[in-house]
Structures are given as structure tokens and as C-alpha cells.
Design a protein around this ligand. Structure first.
Ligand code: GDD
Ligand code: GTP
Length: 412
């Protein structure tokens, strides 16, 4: 059998996902009608050898309680558990800390997945290359067009046999446009490599005069501490995906993630529950929760998700947007490139607008007049936008009433 670990991180690190992560941890934020994590679990469920999935992070146990109950029902093919690090141990530190639990039952292969990515999860293809090359490790690679964007990720250099010969995490100068996609497939020997890296790190810190406390010594990073070692040895290969791939870091990046997963659903399962049928007022793909009320004269899509008990009035226009539970958009309002968190309300004839993401497909912030602005408009929980007000490229913190037009601001 095999297993999977999903690195879910923790509360302190989700800062870029604020204000949305104030209500809900990033990995449980719904895109295309389901929590971000569920999309990864669905992919894992297509691999029949996977018998257990472990979520490793440092969120409070209570955070995943309901999700796990729901997931156990939805994914009967594997057992799923949350294991909490007592503090952030790094992307490899958690794996090492829970190695006994992971190795229990002698899995011969282990997928490790970053929770904060949105992708087509070509897991079968990764297994295939693992077998073909008799590999010890396979990493998912994806190409980014821009050299500057590539430097925000781990950069991979291969030989012509797809063997990884060089790995540099977030390099300062250009190395490669093939980047680490945050999905790995390892055999059990990965724990020996982590163990060796850990020993080396402890020895280093003992020999160095800096007062390296016990805490930092235990932090092990898959990228800097482990992948670099794997690249120096044999058996480390890359699978370069041709499918979609995006990182979900900022709150605004939920909008492209929503679009990509909706398009995937529309292409693979046109009759999926909640997926609205194309019509004069629906431009697919559009997901509408069965408990939402949408007036038939409202025009929705493409790439719109409407959450539970949301209400959308007559003459409304919504595109490229996520409306969470209990939101309301009154008649003739216009919402685009935006996220409305739970309970947010938009008045009649109001406009809530972000901008299309064009400049760099891997970024959802843009520079305007020298200042960083969010190109996705975000209304946090229970925000109210009055009738006829226009708000553009803004982030509005919870419970605010907006009664005047605003552009490019963070409203606290
Ligand atoms: N359990 C646990 N413990 N998870 C963690 C920890 C930790 O201490 N630190 C990070 N994670 C999780 C995050 O929640 C996220 O899912 C993933 O590990 C990677 O997060 P970061 O450490 O913030 O790295 P990054 O996203 O900036 O870059 C990494 O991912 C890119 C792909 O998305 C690197 O691996 C890059 O090389 C890679 O390109
Ligand atoms: P779409 O992709 O169809 O939105 O086109 P577009 O990006 O060119 O947008 P445009 O502003 O032209 O508006 C498209 C549709 O939305 C048209 O039917 C407009 O009448 C309608 N529309 C535009 N602004 C508003 C508004 O503030 N309120 C309402 N209710 N409808 C609007």
C-alpha cells in the first residue's frame, strides 16, 4: 500500500490569506463549491493503493474536526487523520516527527503534497515515472513564463533524462523556469535522508558559535535541507505537468483557483451536482449551492461559485467571483473579480470590482501609482456595501459599512 501526507501549515502562517483566514483556515476555504483540501483528497482517491492520508500541521485539533467527519464519508477508500505539530517544524520536520505513524503498515511509497496549491494533480503520471526510472523521489515540476516569477519558487535543473541535478529554493538570480510544484513522491528511504540532514544540522549548530536554540535545530525544510541532498545523489526525477498549476497564497488567489477547478469540473463531469446548465443567463462554468437563491434574470459566469443560502437579486451581473454562505447581492448590482465572505451584503446598483489577472498569472497583487494593490476585491465577513456605491480593487475588513465610492484601498 501507499500513503499520503498533506502539509497544511498553521494559523500563524496564513497571514497573506487575511482577511479571509480570520473566519476559516485557508485550506478549508471553498473553491468550486468545496474546501481547497478536498480537491487534493479527490485526486488522492483516484490512486487505489493509497490507504491512509495524514494531514500534518499546527492548527488546533478542533479546526479540522468537522472537515474530517465529512471527508471520512466522502472518501471511503482511505483512512484520514490530522496530526498536530506542537509548533512549526518545517516542511520536513513534521514528516520526521511523525515518521513512526507514517511508516506504520509498511507503505512502500509516500506522496507529500502542499495544501496551498491548486493543480490537476497528475499523481498517476508521477507513479509511472517513479516505476520507469526506478526512482527514489519524484517531484512535480511546472513551467512558469516569467523569470522573475520563477524566483519566488524552488527552481529545478535537470539533465535530458529528467533527472534532477540541481535544486535551488527561491534563488536570487535566474536558474530555471521549471519550478517545484509542491507535490512529491518518495520511497521509504526519504526518512534516512531526513535523518542524515537532521544529524548534520545538529552537528553544525554544535560547532558554530551562534546560540542556535533547540527550536531552530528541529526545523527541517524539505527544500533547503532535503531536496538539495537528493539532487546530489541518484534517483531524483521530475515529472513536468502539462496541466494547470497555481499557488494559493493571497486571498485573491482563490479567484483563479476557483476558475481552474470549475473549468476542470465542467470538462470532466458536466452533470456534477451544483454545476449550473448553460443558458441565456448562465455562462459556464458556474457553481450554485442548492440552498442558494438566484433570480433568473441575474447573469452569472464565467467562473462563479455561489455558496449556501446566498441570495442574488434580479438584474445582477456576477463574473469571476466567489460568494460564500449567507451573502446577498441586491438587484442590478455588479460583482466581478471579487470574493464576498460569509454574510457580506452588496446593495442595489452597487459595483464591487477587481481587475482581470493578466500582468503575471502567478500574482494577485499589482502595483498602481507605486503602491501595492490587490487586484481582487475582497469583502470580509458581514461587510455591507450601500446602494449605488462603487468599490474597486479594495480589501474591506470584517463588519465595515461602505457608503462612499473607494478605489485601491484597504479599509480597516
Ligand atoms: N506541517 C507543516 N509544518 N506544514 C508547513 C510548515 C510547517 O512547519 N511550513 C510550511 N508548511 C506547509 C504550508 O502550509 C504549505 O502548504 C507548504 O508547506 C509550503 O509552504 P511554505 O513553506 O510557505 O513554502 P512556499 O509555498 O513559499 O514554497 C514552497 O512551495 C512552492 C510550491 O507551491 C516551496 O516548496 C517552493 O519550492 C515551491 O515552489
Ligand atoms: P461581461 O463579460 O458580459 O460582463 O462584459 P463586460 O466585461 O464588457 O462588462 P460590461 O460592463 O459591458 O457589462 C456586461 C453586462 O453587465 C451588460 O449586460 C451590462 O448591461 C451589465 N452591467 C454592467 N454594469 C452593470 C451594473 O452596474 N449593474 C447591472 N445590473 N448590470 C450591469
Amino acid at each position: 500500500s501507499s500513503k499520503a501526507v498533506i502539509l497544511v501549515g498553521g494559523g500563524t502562517r496564513g497571514t497573506r490569506f487575511r482577511p479571509l483566514s480570520l473566519d476559516i483556515p485557508k485550506v478549508l476555504f471553498p473553491v468550486a463549491g468545496r474546501p481547497i483540501l478536498s480537491h487534493a483528497l479527490s485526486a488522492l482517491a483516484t490512486v487505489s493503493s493509497i490507504k491512509e492520508v495524514l494531514l500534518i500541521g499546527f492548527y488546533d485539533d478542533s479546526v479540522f474536526k468537522d472537515f474530517l467527519t465529512e471527508a471520512a464519508r466522502e472518501f471511503p477508500s482511505f483512512n484520514i487523520r490530522y496530526m498536530r505539530e506542537y509548533r512549526a517544524l518545517g516542511t520536513a520536520g513534521g514528516l520526521y516527527h511523525f515518521r513512526d505513524a507514517i511508516l506504520k503498515g509498511n507503505p512502500y511509497r509516500l506522496f507529500v503534497i502542499h495544501a496551498d496549491i491548486c493543480c490537476s494533480f497528475p499523481l498517476k503520471e508521477m507513479l509511472q515515472i517513479f516505476d520507469d526510472k526506478e526512482a527514489k523521489a519524484v517531484i512535480l515540476g511546472t513551467r512558469v513564463d516569467s523569470d522573475t516569477a520563477a524566483r519566488n519558487f524552488g527552481c529545478i535543473v535537470t539533465d535530458n533524462q529528467k533527472k534532477v541535478i540541481h535544486y535551488v529554493e527561491k534563488p536570487e538570480t535566474h536558474i530555471s523556469n521549471l519550478i517545484n510544484g509542491g507535490v512529491y513522491l518518495f520511497d521509504r528511504s526519504i526518512f534516512d535522508v531526513i535523518g542524515a540532514a537532521r544529524t548534520a544540522k545538529i552537528e553544525d549548530s554544535l560547532n558554530s558559535p551562534v546560540d542556535d536554540d533547540d527550536e531552530s535545530r528541529e526545523v527541517l525544510r524539505l527544500e533547503q535541507d532535503i531536496l538539495v541532498r537528493l539532487a546530489q545523489a541518484d534517483g531524483f526525477y521530475v515529472y513536468e505537468t502539462r496541466g494547470f498549476w497555481r499557488q494559493i497564497k493571497t486571498a485573491g488567489s482563490a479567484v483563479p483557483a476557483n476558475a481552474l477547478y470549475l473549468q476542470k469540473l465542467f470538462q470532466t463531469d458536466i452533470d456534477a451536482p451544483g454545476l449550473a446548465k448553460a443558458s441565456a443567463s448562465i455562462l459556464p462554468p458556474v457553481y450554485i449551492d442548492p440552498t442558494a437563491t438566484v433570480d433568473p434574470t441575474a447573469k452569472l459566469g464565467p467562473n462563479v461559485s455561489i455558496g449556501p443560502h446566498a441570495r442574488v437579486g434580479p438584474g445582477v451581473r456576477i463574473k469571476e467571483a466567489i460568494l460564500l454562505a449567507d451573502t446577498e447581492v441586491k438587484h442590478d448590482a455588479n460583482v466581478r473579480y471579487s470574493i464576498l465572505a460569509r454574510g457580506a451584503k452588496v446593495g442595489a446598483w452597487a459595483r464591487v470590482e477587481g481587475s482581470p489577472i493578466t500582468a503575471d498569472e502567478h500574482q494577485t497583487v499589482m502595483i498602481k501609482n507605486g503602491a501595492r494593490v490587490q487586484n481582487i476585491c475582497i469583502l470580509a465577513r458581514d461587510v455591507y456595501v450601500a446602494d449605488e456605491v462603487r468599490i474597486q480593487n479594495c480589501v474591506v475588513l470584517p463588519h465595515k459599512d461602505i457608503r462612499n465610492d473607494v478605489v485601491n484601498e484597504i479599509i480597516m
